[in-house]
Design a protein around this ligand. Sequence first.
Ligand code: KIV
Length: 294
Amino acid sequence: MSVVPHAGNGKITVPDILSRKTVPTSAIPEKQQKITCITAYDYPTARLLDDAGIDMLLVGDSLGMVVLGYDSTLPVTLDDMIHHTRAVRRGTRRALVVADMPYGSFHVSLDESVRNAVRLVKEGGAEAVKVEGGERRIELIVRLVEAEIPVVGHVGLTPQSVNALGGFHVQGKTSDAARQVERDARAVEAAGAFAVVLESMPRELAARITEKLRIPTIGIGAGPDCDGQVLVFHDLVGYATEHKAKFVRQYANLSAEISRAATQYCEDVSSGRFPSDLESYHSSTELRERVVTR
Ligand code: KIV
């Protein structure tokens, strides 16, 4: 299913994403279109999102919470990420596929981290990787870029730091904290990231960072002034997520639809209404006669 990126075939590439950085004037209006990104974890979802024209599909380690049922992203393994990235890549023709580096895959040594990112590209088919953390990731991002692996940074609320942060809280609310988030964003840009996710921070801080950086910012819970937006697929379509954060806009209610379908199926099977004769295969007349006459 995948398509080699070359100019003109519609495949979204890293330079395409970079070129979508909002410029302060509307001199080039077609360049002002915000970047769209949704998480995806499997083949059918990737196909549907890709057909809908989403620019970037993020195989997020949110996989751990919305698909695998963990209460944080920490247990997600590199093999989990490779498995799901492969499925997403098979369902994607146009969008840029970005895979998260899961917790533990870039915390031991730089050499091992590069090896792990290479696996996401070689085995998973990722076209870029996302790494949580700001100033602390400078050397890692430099090494990944040297290894020809495009990097998306991720600052503000970084869910892999849930234990250190004491929960999933809005970041950058004091002036010191806001300055640190801005330093983190500048650091990932300076290290060579081609985009940065800004998660859970005041709109004003995200707007300031977006204005200061040359690379696109992709916001989640960071207000409307970022160069693009990302949401977790399950939140967006209302699919078995328990807690709806303030920044989530739910565009569908798949939970209700799936429950309705499953309840109806149970009723139909229990009562004998499913399957009907029309939903059954039939023997040929000849076979029927042979069986009956035996
Ligand atoms: O893992 C994920 O889905 C993410 C997004 C929330 C940005 O990192």
